[in-house]
Design a protein around this ligand. Structure first.
Ligand SMILES: Cc1cc2nc3c(=O)[nH]c(=O)nc-3n(C[C@H](O)[C@H](O)[C@H](O)COP(=O)(O)O)c2cc1C
Length: 171
């Protein structure tokens, strides 16, 4: 005979999960580290470290990134028709730090080239995906930015990993 487990009925109270408890759970997710890049209307290169790059669809090839609503780069993503995501190699932890904390001149001393869309592709990244921005969706305190991949480049190496609030290396 089938037993029927009791099912809790909504509404569940999201507010019951404290922000720190939520962060603690999310810290258990091992993710690759990327730098999302974009050009402003004057052509200047901007970039920020992200862990939220996610492939979404194969056909068409769609990806997403999540950007904090308070991020200074958000207007540049909004103002540009393209962006790129550069998946960092394990030797690029310093770049990850620079692109998350430096207030400006993040590209100083960084080797990069403009892709077919003009979006900055960082040398040494194990993969760079150039995207045409397709839509942006506000979700809580972040914006989800969707892009269709129009060009990719890969290079040998091992990924830089972020886990339990620290950089990790495979093997
Ligand atoms: C490993 C790591 C992953 C991050 N992932 C994200 C992310 O997915 N989305 C985001 O908005 N910020 C993320 N950040 C924080 C941003 O890099 C940082 O807030 C941003 O560069 C600040 O830019 P601004 O000073 O120009 O506003 C991450 C930082 C680190 C170190």
């Amino acid at each position: 005979m089938l037993s029927r487990a009791p099912i809790n009925e909504p509404p569940f109270r999201a507010a019951a999960v404290a922000p720190e408890t939520f962060r603690e759970a999310c810290a258990q997710l091992a993710s690759g580290v990327s730098i999302a890049t974009v050009r402003d209307t004057a052509g200047n290169a901007h970039g920020m470290t992200i862990s939220t790059f996610t492939p979404v669809s194969l056909d068409p090839p769609l990806v997403l990134i999540c950007v904090d609503s308070r991020c200074a780069l958000l207007p540049h993503f909004r103002g540009s028709s393209s962006f790129a995501v550069n998946l960092l190699e394990e030797s690029q932890a310093e770049l990850s730090v620079a692109f998350s904390v430096k207030p400006e001149h993040r590209f100083e001393g960084v080797e990069w080239t403009g892709g077919i869309t003009g979006a900055p592709l960082i040398t040494g990244a194990i993969a760079s995906l150039e995207c045409r921005r397709t839509s942006m969706q506000e979700a809580g305190d972040h914006w989800v930015i969707f892009g269709e991949v129009v060009n990719t480049r890969t290079a040998p190496g091992r990924p830089l990993v972020y886990f339990e609030r620290g950089y990790r290396f495979l093997k």
